[in-house]
Design a binder for this molecule. Structure first.
Ligand code: ADP
Length: 182
């Protein structure tokens, strides 16, 4: 059974390898089990479809987020929850999404660069260090860390399950989803 909710956007921002996709997938599973109507938008898949014409210059990164914002706006205003996982390194673009969408929550998925580099999930950091990939966020491209994120998650200090629980708790506190009583 689906539940009613006001529509919201969980905007996961953070360095590559910080855990955005991992947490988004786990949250999708849990929220679906609770009957929350949602759509997950992920940087990697969106770049294969909606924004495959774009690269990684500042201009293209901004365009990427602008288009995603448009989709998130349509969904969130129609009471579809959005779980978005994008590096989204520029604070101004995250503020743009905040203004465009309904019940925007910035989730700072935070792990130190050294930890992300140690994980090197897709081998990108090694390539960036070797100069085989240019404009890589955290190496030779900026990441503007959120200063007032609604939710700040340290994935180097807490397990995946703990991080998911912290985010769910925050959604319950805001009454975006019903609290689950044991
Ligand atoms: P991103 O989407 O931010 O690039 P990924 O989710 O692809 O990052 O990769 C994060 C990696 O870190 C995964 O291998 C995941 O298993 C690991 N990891 C360890 N602890 C956590 C945690 N608490 N939350 C999320 N990911 C974690």
């Amino acid at each position: 059974m689906m539940i009613e909710h006001p529509g919201f956007v969980l905007w996961m921002t953070g360095l590559s390898g910080a855990g955005k996709t991992t947490l988004a997938l786990a949250l999708e599973k849990e929220l679906r089990a609770r009957g929350v109507r949602l759509e997950r938008l992920d940087g990697d898949t969106v770049r294969e479809g909606l924004t495959r014409d774009l690269g990684f210059s500042k201009e293209d990164r901004d365009k990427n987020i602008e288009r995603v914002s448009f989709v998130a706006k349509l969904l969130s205003r129609n009471h579809v929850a959005v779980i978005a996982s994008f590096i989204s390194p520029y604070a101004a673009m995250r503020e743009f999404v905040r203004k465009e969408t309904t019940n925007f929550l910035e989730v700072y998925v935070d792990a130190p660069l050294e930890e992300c580099e140690r994980r090197d999930v897709k081998g990108w950091y090694a390539k960036a260090r070797a100069g085989q990939v240019k404009n890589f966020t955290g190496i030779d491209d900026p990441y503007e860390a959120p200063e007032n994120a609604e939710i700040h998650i340290r994935t180097d200090l807490y397990s995946i399950d703990e991080c998911v629980a912290q985010i769910l708790e925050s959604l319950e506190e805001r009454q975006f989803i019903p609290a689950v009583t044991a």
